[in-house]
Design a protein around this ligand. Structure first.
Ligand code: ADP
Ligand code: MG
Length: 295
C-alpha cells in the first residue's frame, strides 16, 4: 500500500493568555490508500486539532511545526492554492455536527450539485445526475424528491448522510471523519458507521476516523492510534490493541466500559431502542442499533 499521507514530528501549539497549550506533541502517523485508522482518545487529547491540521485547518493562534505530506504536497505552510487541491479533492472531511457542513438556505440537491460542478467541472445536468446517485448511495430514499429539501427537513442522521455524500462525491483519496456519530442518537449511530465502512470498501479511500469510543474504533478501523495529552501513546492493529493493550491509558479506556459492544455481532437490536422517526427507517438504517451507551 502506498503512503498517501505521511505525518512526521507534528507539533501544534496554541498561545493563550494562560500559557502555551501543546495540543499535538510529536505525532508521526502514516495513512495508506485503502487503510482505516482510528484516532482514539479522551476529550481534549488533540484528536480534532490533529484531524483538521491534515487539511491545513488549524485555527488562530495555532502554530504548526513538523511535516504533513499528502501525496507529495507539504500541507504545513502550504499556500491557499495548494490547500485547495488538498481539501475536498484529496482529503475529504465529515464533522461531528452535520450542520457545520451544510448551508441552511440551499436545498441539499443544489448544494451537492454546486459542489460537484465547481470542484469537478461538471455540467449542470451531469452534476444533478451525480448528486442524485450520491443521495441514493448514502441510503436516502426517494432521491428525486429529497433533492429539493433543505437541511432542516432532515433528521440528524440523514443530514450526516448528506455530509458524507458531499465528501465522497469529490472522490477524495482519504476521508477524515471526526466523531461523525457523536451528536446523533445512539439508535442511528450504527447505520452511519456501516455506511462509512461500506463506502470505504466501495471507493478504496483511506479513512482516518476520530472517536473517543474504543468500541466504535473496533468496528470501523484496521489500525488504532491512542492519543493522550497530544501524544500517540499506543498504536497497532485494532485486534492487537484489544487483546493486548500496552499503555495504562489504553487499558483504562478499555476498562471504563466493560459492558460495551465489541463487534458487529454484539450489536443485536434492542427493542426499546427502536425509534419511530420514519425518515431514519430507510434501507441501510434498518439497523436501529445502539453502538454504545454515551458516557
Ligand atoms: N483555537 C484554540 N485555541 C486554544 N486552544 C485550543 C484551540 N483549539 C484547540 N485547543 C486546545 O487543544 C487541545 C486539543 O483539543 P482537541 O483537538 O479539540 O481535542 P479532542 O478533539 O481530542 O477533544 C485542547 O486542550 C484544546 O483546548
Ligand atoms: Mg474533538
Amino acid at each position: 500500500m502506498k503512503d498517501l499521507l505521511k505525518i512526521a514530528n507534528l507539533e501544534i501549539d496554541f498561545e493563550t493568555r494562560l500559557g502555551t497549550v501543546k495540543a499535538v506533541r510529536g505525532v508521526s502517523l502514516t495513512v495508506n490508500a485503502g487503510d482505516s485508522v482510528a484516532v482514539v482518545g479522551a476529550s481534549g487529547s488533540g484528536k480534532t486539532v490533529l484531524g483538521r491540521s491534515m487539511l491545513g485547518l488549524v485555527d488562530e493562534p495555532g502554530v504548526v511545526r513538523g511535516s504533513i505530506d499528502f501525496d507529495g504536497i507539504e500541507v504545513v505552510g502550504a499556500s491557499e492554492a495548494e490547500l485547495t487541491r488538498v481539501r475536498g479533492l484529496g482529503i475529504g472531511m465529515v464533522f461531528q455536527d452535520a450542520l457545520d457542513g451544510l448551508n441552511p438556505v440551499f436545498s441539499i440537491g443544489s448544494q451537492l450539485s454546486e459542489t460537484l460542478s465547481v470542484r469537478l467541472n461538471m455540467s449542470r445536468q451531469e452534476a444533478r445526475t451525480e448528486a442524485l446517485r450520491l443521495i441514493a448511495q448514502v441510503g436516502i430514499q426517494n432521491p428525486e424528491e429529497r433533492f429539493n429539501n433543505f437541511p432542516h427537513q432532515f433528521s440528524g442522521g440523514m443530514r450526516q448522510r448528506i455530509c458524507i455524500a458531499m465528501a465522497i462525491g469529490l472522490k477524495p483519496k482519504i476521508l477524515i471523519a471526526d466523531e461523525p456519530t457523536t451528536a446523533l442518537d445512539v439508535t442511528v449511530q450504527a447505520g452511519i458507521l456501516r455506511l462509512i465502512k461500506k463506502l470505504q470498501g466501495e471507493t478504496g479511500m483511506g479513512l482516518v476516523f476520530v472517536t473517543h469510543d474504543l468500541a466504535v474504533a473496533r468496528l470501523i478501523s484496521r489500525r488504532i492510534v491512542v492519543m493522550y495529552a497530544g501524544k500517540i501513546v499506543e498504536e497497532g492493529l485494532t485486534e492487537d490493541i484489544f487483546q493486548r493493550p500496552q499503555h495504562p491509558y489504553t487499558r483504562a479506556l478499555l476498562a471504563a466500559h466493560p459492558g460495551r459492544a465489541r463487534s458487529w455481532r454484539d450489536l443485536e437490536p434492542i427493542p426499546e431502542a427502536f425509534v419511530t422517526d420514519s425518515s431514519e427507517s430507510g434501507g441501510a438504517e434498518a439497523a436501529h442499533i445502539p453502538v454504545s451507551i454515551p458516557t
